[in-house]
Design a binder for this molecule. Sequence first.
Ligand SMILES: C[S@@+](CC[C@H](N)C(=O)[O-])C[C@H]1O[C@@H](n2cnc3c(N)ncnc32)[C@H](O)[C@@H]1O
Length: 261
Amino acid sequence: MRITGDSVRAIFNKLSRLYNVDDFNWRKYHVTYNRQIMDITNEFTLVLSKDEYQIVEGKILLNSMLSPLHPNHKLLYETIYRLNPKSVLEVGVGGGDHIHNLHLLLPEAKFYGVDISQNQIDLLLHRHPDLKNICRLAVADVTKKDVLNTFGKVDLVYTQAVLMHVRRGNRHILALKNMFNMSNYVVLMEHWARHNFFDDITRIFQERDLLWPELNIYKNDSGEQVLMILSRKELKEFSPLRSNEELLKYIQKKGDVVLRK
Ligand SMILES: C[S@@+](CC[C@H](N)C(=O)[O-])C[C@H]1O[C@@H](n2cnc3c(N)ncnc32)[C@H](O)[C@@H]1O
């Protein structure tokens, strides 16, 4: 049998489920993450530059010489652009590309970022030294209550490939509660097979664990990927999401095609 990085990861994922731990040891994760960024750079444009894209009818169009944006990143950016929040918190900032890119798209918005790992924040500052002046950053665990006090309330909070890896106990639910209770919108771009996000979120709302008076659940479907939008108020411009199955639409059973990073 050929041993590949993917097969080692698949075994580790099975073990992490069995032993009830997150997918990664977050203290050491920056080494793996850095390698993944290098790999993915060959295929996708990760960092937007001012003169290399246009926005046409809410869609990001890159100059034709560039590799495309990752479809998940593109959908995330276009969704947040459309919601046009005044302040944005990214949970699990990693290398900071998303905040950098979103700041270009929404220059008026205030940006905040948290990550459980100081090493990831260091990596972010190395990759994007300018973010020091653009956004407020903190080391914080989103599953802990005091993350609410780190920056106070924001308009929108999002994750990209974070909660899918939070597997120990039901900590992804604690994270969701915290994210809801500090914002007006929660946008999730995750691997939809890792948790039953739709049922988990509707349950915590029914159990009255959310400070929101109402919960509106929407999807944004790009034709390649689906993203989940939770909103305090009704949104006319997005389609309602009615079941977890709708999130699983593009997930192929074979291979982990949805999100690697
Ligand atoms: C797979 S990486 C994704 C990083 C980034 N969102 C991206 O798309 O490149 C997951 C990130 O979530 C962070 N993370 C994991 N658990 C966390 C927690 N409980 N609270 C805050 N950040 C967390 C990790 O340190 C890591 O930077």
